[in-house]
Design a protein around this ligand. Structure first.
Ligand code: 5AD
Ligand code: SF4
Length: 465
């Protein structure tokens, strides 16, 4: 009998990428096979993101294109998952009658059952509960990674041997930054049980994973909103980092994302104390102006942020810092924006993600007065990005001549590509018999804006420079 095929297209954040992997595994366990061609799959899952207007539009245009595909192949089943599904629910079914299943962010694990119950009428599963518990989940690496293709015509690349994975440690968020949909689409913050996380981490390492990134909307507050241990005692994110880092065989550990308001000195010290914790930290600042931060309901000041940067750099001088910035938040004046530019000069981030503010449904800032003109937003964004680009290059030039460990990701026509502990991509114009996840030492001989070039150091010269 022909097996039922599925294809998953993921939009948005790493959280969604991980959710897509979970859905892929759940379907593979029920005998579905992943299709490399979305146009040909029996079941198509569009895992959506609504964090910014642009991300939502992309998902919507893919869904629009799928309408035509389904006309030709009426047996095809289309499932919309993720934040847009959660938020739009019934409206989505009305706007997109070719959608068969709308799957909310807390209904992920019911996917396979829901698919078998489809009877031609659209189904909604979008329950969002304050007492949600993330189910225990043991990953099998047999399930292929989901598609990361950006458009319907592009097929996902064939799976390479996986060597690094995301591990979700919590869901939702309680912070209610005024611009952000996450508390509404992913619900209240809930932390997974320590034992479930450690079981999953052990399973990953046993399956050959060398690098794990712990994921949550605000990992710094792990364990604060619900008990995560059997005795209900205090257990912090720093402890979790130590416990995961102690798993034999794991070589690199990262985490994302953090909110400065919950960043403790205990966590910052981890960068000096946990050998496999990579010297790389994503600490979203959003704005350099205290007035804007306050209207964003970000409960820290520019001064506290700068102090944290200093503390992190004193613990780990080689730490590579990255951030998120929103320009054109309602009421952001020229002077406010200049403060963001000044903060950029002071911190000199290794990289950043910057966005024009967009109204999101249900958020408080949507109702704020003094919306910034689109043209002004675009000008601010390009000024910020232009200067950040220059700083990226200036920071990358500091790696010239350094000898660094690089984890190999893939062989390319030109040689090999890997990543430093600081998360910089390194191109190596030589090839070596090795598999993804192996660590080699290289000397950096060229720095570009977004990547480095290195030469292999023969093993006998290890420890040089
Ligand atoms: N408009 C623009 N950017 C936003 N972000 C979140 N919500 C919005 C919005 N309404 C950005 C923030 C956040 C990142 C994931 O997306 O910078 O850190
Ligand atoms: Fe959104 Fe703020 Fe929560 Fe981050 S901390 S997910 S920006 S509400």
């Amino acid at each position: 009998m022909k097996k039922v095929s599925f294809s998953i297209k993921t939009f948005g954040c790493q959280m969604n990428e991980r959710d897509s992997e979970i859905m892929g595994q759940l379907l593979a366990e029920r005998g579905y096979v992943e299709s490399m061609d979305m146009n040909d799959a029996d079941v198509v899952i569009v895992n959506t993101c609504s964090i910014r207007a642009k991300a939502e539009q992309k998902a919507m245009s893919l869904l629009g294109a799928l309408r035509k595909v389904k006309k030709k192949r009426p047996g095809m089943r289309i499932c919309v998952a993720g934040c847009v599904a959660q938020q739009e629910g019934l409206e989505l079914c009305e706007r997109m009658p070719h959608v068969d299943l709308v799957l909310g962010t807390q209904n992920l694990y019911a996917l396979a059952d829901l698919l078998t119950s489809l009877d031609g009428t659209p189904k909604l599963a979008i329950n969002l509960s304050d007492s949600y518990e993330i189910p225990a989940f043991i990953p099998t690496l047999a399930a292929l990674p989901h598609s990361s293709a950006d458009h319907i015509e592009q097929a996902p690349a064939p799976a390479a041997r996986p060597f690094r994975k995301f591990l979700t440690i919590m869901q939702g968020c309680n912070n209610y930054c005024t611009y952000c949909v996450v508390p509404y689409t992913r619900g209240r913050e809930v932390s997974r049980k320590v034992t479930d996380i450690l079981d999953e981490a052990h399973a990953l390492v046993d399956a050959g994973i060398c690098e794990i990134t712990l994921l949550g909307q605000n990992v710094n507050s792990y364990g604060r909103t619900n008990p995560v241990t059997a005795d209900g005692g205090r257990y912090t994110f720093s402890q979790l980092l130590r416990d995961v880092a102690a798993i034999p065989g794991l070589q690199r550990l990262r985490f994302t994302t953090s909110n400065p308001q919950d960043l403790s000195s205990e966590l910052m010290r981890c960068f000096g104390e946990i050998a496999i914790l990579c010297p790389q930290f994503h600490l979203p600042v959003q704005s350099g102006s205290n007035a804007v931060l306050s209207r964003m309901n970000r409960r820290y000041t520019r001064e506290l942020y700068l102090q944290q940067v200093q503390e992190l750099r004193s613990v780990r001088p080689d730490i590579a810092l990255s951030t998120d910035v929103i320009v054109g938040f309602p009421g952001e004046s020229d002077a406010d924006f200049e403060q963001t530019m000044e903060l950029l000069e002071e911190v000199r981030f290794h990289s950043s993600f910057s966005f024009k503010y967009s109204d999101r449904p249900g958020t408080r800032s949507t109702g704020f007065a003094d919306k910034v003109d689109e043209l002004v937003k675009s000008e601010r964004l390009s000024r910020f990005q232009h200067r950040q680009d220059e700083i990226c290059l200036e920071q990358n030039l500091l790696y010239l001549g350094k000898s660094l460990p690089v984890m190999i990701e893939k062989q390319s026509e030109e040689g090999m590509v890997g990543r430093t502990e600081s998360n910089h991509i390194v191109h190596i114009a030589e090839s070596l018999a090795c598999v993804p996840g192996d660590i080699v030492r290289v000397t950096i001989h060229h720095a570009g804006h977004h990547s480095l070039n290195g030469r292999l150091i023969p093993p006998q010269q290890k420890g040089a420079a």
